[in-house]
Each structure stands twice: as structure tokens, then as C-alpha cells.
Design a protein around this ligand. Sequence first.
Ligand SMILES: NC(=O)c1ccc[n+]([C@@H]2O[C@H](COP(=O)([O-])OP(=O)(O)OC[C@H]3O[C@@H](n4cnc5c(N)ncnc54)[C@H](OP(=O)(O)O)[C@@H]3O)[C@@H](O)[C@H]2O)c1
Length: 244
Amino acid sequence: MARILITGSTAGLGRTAAASLLNQGHDVIVHARNESRLAAVRELLDSGAEGVVGDLSVLGQVRELAVQANALGPYDAVIHNAGVIEGPALLPVNVVAPYVLTALVPAGRQIYLSSSMHRGGTADLTHADWSGSSRTVSYSDSKLLVTVLMAAVARGRPTAQSNAVDPGWVPTRMGGPSASDDLALGHVTQAWLASSAELEATVSGEYWHHGRTEKPHRAVHDEAFQDALLSALAEHTEVELSRR
Ligand SMILES: NC(=O)c1ccc[n+]([C@@H]2O[C@H](COP(=O)([O-])OP(=O)(O)OC[C@H]3O[C@@H](n4cnc5c(N)ncnc54)[C@H](OP(=O)(O)O)[C@@H]3O)[C@@H](O)[C@H]2O)c1
């Protein structure tokens, strides 16, 4: 059985992943933005999950979340699921928080929620406001950057596993009621990558969609761009990503 931390588990795909993994007998640590939002996962907590809190748009709270999470570790996997689709928190929540948690919470498997929309992103860090005091990127840009982060982690940590998942367009709060994919399938690949002992789940540096690997945006495997992203994130957060 695996021990798995899932960010943003109060709703949508994070919640369904947590419920499914808990149901399979894994140890699941759920995450909410604050104590009152933990109420949304009361049922999961009553079923054995443990909880951590922190607003991912606030760098200090992400650091504090890592301390809380490590007190409940060690982990086999972290699913970096939490995300926003608009607003100034696009970079802090979708990119900075996954970076900081990857650096500060050790786990052999890191799984990042990407999106097919990352293919419309622009690989340009020039105007990025990592603090989120203003909106400087699109959702597509943020999903491209977190997919680049995935590949950088895979390259820097060759004995660990780092993968990104496009869950499809599913009818969560973010996806909206018109979403055309099956909600029941939305969490399956990331839950499998986090917990499976199957050989395929040990691959790293891949972009997945419904259990298959796909070719991501070409910037994802651009090593110079990966290095530039890691440098920018290290400078902003004052947190270095170690190799382990
Ligand atoms: N739905 C889709 O069609 C789709 C498609 C491609 C990729 N994705 C990706 O899949 C992931 C999950 O999406 P979803 O559809 O399940 O979204 P969702 O239903 O909107 O849920 C998002 C989760 O992230 C949490 N979150 C957002 N901002 C946060 C913050 N500042 N601090 C802490 N937690 C925060 C939310 O907490 P609260 O409940 O407190 O707001 C919630 O638990 C995202 O990364 C998204 O980009 C989704």
C-alpha cells in the first residue's frame, strides 16, 4: 500500500482521486486551503484520511503546508492536483506551489496535473509575476510551465518518477457542466501513477492522457528552458530543488 498526498482534494479530481485511493486501501493525506474547507472532506477524514491545510497562493503557507505534510510522511507519491483556471493566482497555485512542495516534501513519485491546453501555452518567462500580484500568464501558459517542471524533475532525479497527466475535459467546478469527457475517468491515470506496482507506472518524464503517453509541447523537453524555469522558481521562492 502507498502513502499519498493529494493537493486540492476538497473538490473535483483531487477529491475523486482521494476517495478512490482510500477505497483501494492506500494511506491518503488530503489537503484543503484552510481548516473550514476541510469540512468538504469530512467523509474522507472519517474513513481514515489525514488532513493538511494551506492556501497555495501564499508562499509562506505553502512552506508551512510542507512542514505539516512532512510530519505525516514519508510519502510514496504526491499528486500536485490543485489548480485554478484564471486570475492572478495562476502562477502561484499552478506552478510555484508544485515546485515548492516538490522541493520540500520528499516522495519517489511526483504527479503533476497538466492539461491538453498546455499545448497552447507560450514558453516565455520574461514577464512572469511569480508572486501573483498581477496576472501575467494564461491558464495554458501555467499548464505548460508545470509540465516543463515535471520534465525538469524527471531529468534531475533519475531514480525517482515524475509524470504529468492531462485528465481530459471533465465536468468538475473547473471543467463546467458542458465538459465532454467522463468524470469517472478523470482521476484514474494519476491515481494509477501514484500507487501502481505495474512496470509502466515506473516510467518517468512522460505526459499521460487516459493511461497512455502522448507527446507534449516541444518546450517540455527543452533542457535550457527547464533550467531557466528552475532558476526563476528558485530565485522567487529561495527554495532549491535537490536531486533525490
Ligand atoms: N476539469 C477539467 O476539465 C480539467 C482539465 C484539464 C486539467 N485539469 C486540472 O486538474 C486539476 C483539478 O481540477 P478540477 O477540475 O478538479 O478543479 P476544481 O474542481 O476547481 O478543484 C480545484 C481544487 O484545487 C483547490 N485549490 C484551488 N486554489 C487553491 C488554493 N489557493 N489553495 C488551496 N487549494 C486550492 C480547490 O480548493 P477549493 O475547493 O477550496 O477552491 C479544489 O480542491 C487542476 O490542476 C486542473 O487544472 C482539469
